[in-house]
Design a protein around this ligand. Structure first.
Ligand SMILES: [Zn+2]
Length: 110
């Protein structure tokens, strides 16, 4: 099991995403709802922020210090990189959030 797998964390069979950014509301195999309550994915937004910083910061630093671009251009490069990676960040952060929540719930109820 990978933390980034598109499989349901409860049964490991159903898919979380049915498209690049389109989610199934519930697992097609075991029926567990992925969005537990309204606002559930706010934690995924925080995860997406840190993933974005983790991916954009090396680009920014390399552009400024290795290639000596001005900071304004380096910010444009990093922004373009984040725009291109947005589907990946959206998907990965939601999968990560669902898996973290499932792991915490399992450890609490044991
Ligand atoms: Zn399932």
């Amino acid at each position: 099991m990978s933390y980034f797998s598109n499989r349901c964390p409860h049964c490991e069979k159903g898919r979380i995403f049915r498209g690049i950014v389109r989610m199934n509301p519930a697992c097609t195999e075991c029926g567990v709802r992925f969005e537990r309550e309204s606002g559930y994915f706010i934690g995924a937004m925080i995860a997406s922020y840190f993933l974005g910083v983790f991916l954009a910061l090396p680009t920014l630093l390399a552009a400024v210090f290795a290639y000596e671009f001005p900071m304004s251009q380096a910010l444009v490069f990093a922004s373009i990189q984040l725009l291109v990676l947005q589907p990946f960040l959206f998907r990965t952060s939601r999968i990560l959030w669902i898996r973290i929540e499932a792991a915490l719930t399992r450890s609490i109820h044991r």
